[in-house]
Ligand binder design. Structure first.
Ligand SMILES: Cc1cc2nc3c(=O)[nH]c(=O)nc-3n(C[C@H](O)[C@H](O)[C@H](O)COP(=O)(O)OP(=O)(O)OC[C@H]3O[C@@H](n4cnc5c(N)ncnc54)[C@H](O)[C@@H]3O)c2cc1C
Length: 383
């Protein structure tokens, strides 16, 4: 029996959109299913919008490879499709002598990842670029930039639909059955209106791609089939990041990142495409998904002020306002070593024609076109 549709992608964040577009470009009849009423409503619209150069990630990791490749693909896509980007460049700064060896480590790691354009600056040279900056040494990354994420997602949506693909919004995938003929049968329920009243509908497909972000583990557990022995879908551990915004024009034209602490990049300053400055994200491990700003006693703001003043001593504290939060879909618990992106195909989990993505945190936006290409290669040609 033939399926209702060749390929279904679940999750219309920037990664799911990029994958669905890529599949449609390769001739797959493609349907993208999203539980929210608009595309990119979760992590993809709650991030820093930075096109990362690929500096920090362990050499040889999926993150490193996808970031470096995705960065170039993203700049090219933006140029071809009128998506606003700004290659502002970023300074990674050492504010105390103990930070300086870290810059060297970062420089070596960047080179191992194929990022060869970093420039070493002393404090004076950094200050010549950014007079308000206080640091003793810095690395300049000229290929780091910012992108208008919403324009990007709208462009991907436009490509997908003009290639004959379809997006269904406000639809939750509630169960997945692997049929005896190997096709997938997805049960879906509308999320608009009262759940109790909405009818469950089913749709079948040959290829199934799960790009569900924070919902990845929950969705994988809805698959009614046996995984390869010893395999279990990775557990998502949500980690919230808060942003504070600056209610005046920032006196900086580059993104400013302190020397990082472990897998966390520190409270950095980024500028959006319109030049609005924000600080963050910080890191708070949480148990339930909740996007509120958690700062009842003002301690979080105090920490932001202290951290930012390490590199911008004149930060006016009264101009710092609570901004928004984003939640990282981490697949390692607090205290464990940072995990790589997990893109699992049949050779990993044992279910034919299923690709599932987990732990697509930063630099997932930057990597999205490269992830899409990789996933499409795993799926292969339409039958
Ligand atoms: C604080 C923060 C800052 C970041 N900054 C950057 C940055 O500057 N640069 C960068 O490159 N990356 C950054 N990232 C990472 C980047 O935002 C993510 O990697 C990217 O947005 C992930 O996209 P996605 O499509 O995988 O996930 P999402 O955007 O989360 O999309 C997944 C979608 O799946 C849907 N879904 C889940 N379950 C179901 C279901 N059962 N049925 C139907 N739909 C379902 C959800 O509703 C959601 O819309 C940041 C992330 C965070 C949290």
């Amino acid at each position: 029996m033939s399926p209702d549709i060749e390929t279904i992608v679940v999750g219309a964040g920037v990664v799911g959109l990029a994958i669905a577009r890529e599949m449609a470009m390769r001739g797959h009849q493609t349907l993208l299913i999203e539980r929210n009423e608009r595309i990119g409503a979760e992590t993809s619209s709650r991030n820093s919008e930075v096109i990362h150069a690929g500096i920090y990630y362990p050499p040889g990791s999926v993150r490193a490879k996808m970031c470096v490749k995705g960065r170039d693909m993203l700049y090219a896509f933006a140029a071809e499709n009128g998506v606003n980007v700004n290659r502002l460049g970023k300074l990674i700064v050492a504010t105390v002598p103990e930070d300086v060896p870290q810059l060297q480590t970062i420089l070596e790691r960047a080179r191992a990842n194929g990022v060869n354009d970093l420039e070493q600056l002393d404090g004076q040279a950094a200050k010549a670029l950014e007079p308000e900056l206080d640091c003793i040494a810095a690395l300049l990354s000229p290929s780091t930039g910012v992108i208008d994420t919403h324009e990007l997602m709208t462009a991907l949506d436009g490509h997908l639909t003009s290639l004959g693909g379809e997006i269904i919004l406000s639809t939750n995938v509630t169960a997945i059955d692997v049929r005896p003929d190997g096709l997938f049968s997805l049960a879906t329920r509308s999320t608009s209106g009262d759940d109790a009243d909405s009818e469950e509908t089913t749709i079948s497909c040959r290829n199934l791609i799960l790009s569900a972000g924070l919902g990845a583990t929950q969705l994988a557990k809805r698959i009614n089939a046996s995984w390869r022995e010893g395999y279990a879908p990775p557990q998502v551990y949500p980690a919230k990041g808060h942003y504070f915004t600056l209610s005046q024009r920032a006196p900086f034209s580059h993104l400013i990142y302190p020397a990082p602490s472990g897998a966390w990049l520190g409270i950095h300053l980024t500028l959006d495409i319109a030049g609005q400055a924000k600080f963050g994200p910080d890191l708070q491990w949480i148990d339930t998904i909740d996007y509120s700003i958690d700062d009842p006693d003002g301690k979080r703001k105090e920490t932001f002020i202290r951290e930012v003043r390490r590199y911008w001593p004149d930060l006016p504290a009264d101009k710092l306002d609570p901004g928004y939060t984003g939640i990282r879909p981490k697949i390692y618990a607090q205290g464990e070593p940072a995990a790589d992106f997990a893109i699992h195909g049949p050779e990993t989990h044992g279910i034919e024609n299923l690709i599932a993505l987990y732990g697509i945190e930063s630099p997932g936006l930057t990597s999205s076109p490269a992830i899409a290409e990789h996933v499409a290669n795993l799926v292969g040609k339409p039958s």
